[in-house]
Design a binder for this molecule. Structure first.
Ligand code: FAD
Length: 315
């Protein structure tokens, strides 16, 4: 990549200066609260702006596949290395977060921009007596990240509520895919293998009873508070659920409850969570993850895979 200051000058044609940051610490943009600086960090506020920035990046041969640029939602499923990210982070967040409603007789559609948080969408659904999104209220990500991951909890997943997804490819072309075409499965969507950017999602929900919706959201929030170490920075469940097993149980059975490396620890409250207990570095977390995988394999013979996405240089 060319000199970042030259590139910033080119991007300033499309984005105001105050939204283009250099050497921005990623620890401030991830729920793990670790990660070194990104060369360039841009807060994107509209589709139009995103298209313009992509065309500048294309003209300068900067591509997502070459790991020259990265997309961020709320950074709640990311582990960024201490060295940070060489390249550009495009952040779709609170300024790209409109939620519109199309009300019909029995069901209803929410048309949401990718930066809307799942909590805000759940709130909008509740305000309008719409049921079906309660499962997602406590997942601390944006809709874009949730589509990529097919985020889910408590028997719900994005696949159940998505009608269609508006995407942009890295050439700036916009197109729409149906829920079926998104190929959602456990923590997977087509975006895992394709360089698409989520712009907008149509979510289909049913009319429900407002008190029941509130009761469900309260019950699930209480479950999270009881079972998850929400008082510490983390990225949620660190590992995917291996078929036929629960990662947390495998980790606990391997004797790793409370096991730590530097400031990173296997949560004593929920062994599936690696937490930033005490000023951990990304390296601490990474080394702990490697150790957990090894020890679980030795103990049970099962390979566990990270759900958390690692970005930057680790080894
Ligand atoms: P990020 O972490 O910013 O990004 C995740 C991936 O999506 C990256 O590859 C990124 O490049 C890509 N991405 C982000 N936005 C876009 C976009 N607009 N277009 C294309 N790609 C994009 N997850 C669950 O599934 N269920 C849970 O119950 C759950 N509980 C959690 C609890 C806690 C306390 C924490 C910290 C995390 C939890 N998570 C859970 C993990 C996380 O919140 C989800 O994976 C969430 O969907 C990630 O969204 P995000 O906006 O933070 O994405």
């Amino acid at each position: 990549m060319e000199n970042k200051y030259n590139l910033v000058q080119k991007i300033e044609v499309a984005v105001p200066k105050d939204r283009i940051l250099t050497d921005e610490p990623m620890a401030d943009h991830t729920t793990f609260k670790v990660g070194g600086p990104a060369d360039i960090f841009i807060d994107i506020v509209s589709e139009d702006e995103l298209g313009k920035v992509l065309s500048i990046l294309n003209e300068n041969n900067i591509s997502k596949m070459n790991r020259d640029f990265y997309l961020f939602g709320n950074g709640s499923n990311l582990l960024i290395s201490d060295e940070g990210l060489r390249g550009i982070v495009l952040h779709l967040s609170k300024n790209f977060a409109d939620i519109d409603i199309k009300d019909e007789a029995t069901d209803c559609r929410l048309i949401c921009k990718a930066g809307a948080t799942l909590a805000a969408i759940a709130r909008k659904a509740y305000d309008n007596s719409l049921t079906g999104f309660e499962f997602a209220a406590g997942i601390p990500g944006t809709l874009g990240g949730a589509i990529v991951m097919n985020a889910g909890a408590y028997d719900g997943e994005m696949k159940q509520v998505v009608e269609s997804v508006k995407l942009m490819d890295t050439q700036g072309r916009i197109f729409v895919k149906s829920c079926d075409e998104m190929d959602f499965s456990y923590r997977h969507s087509i975006i895992k293998e394709n360089d698409f950017i989520v712009l907008e999602v149509v979510i289909r929900l049913k009319k429900g009873n407002k008190d029941d919706i509130k009761a469900k959201m309260d019950e699930l929030a209480q479950k999270r508070r009881d079972k998850q170490p929400l008082e510490y920075p983390s990225a949620g469940s660190t590992f995917k659920r291996p078929e036929g097993y629960f990662a947390a149980k495998l980790i606990q059975d391997a004797g790793l409850k409370g096991y730590s490396k530097g400031g990173a620890q296997v949560s004593e409250k929920h062994c599936g969570f690696v937490i930033n207990k005490d000023n951990a570095s990304a390296k601490d977390i990474y080394e702990l993850i490697k150790d957990i995988k090894l020890k679980v394999k030795q103990d049970s013979g099962v390979d566990i895979e990270t759900e958390v996405i690692l970005l930057g240089k680790f080894d």
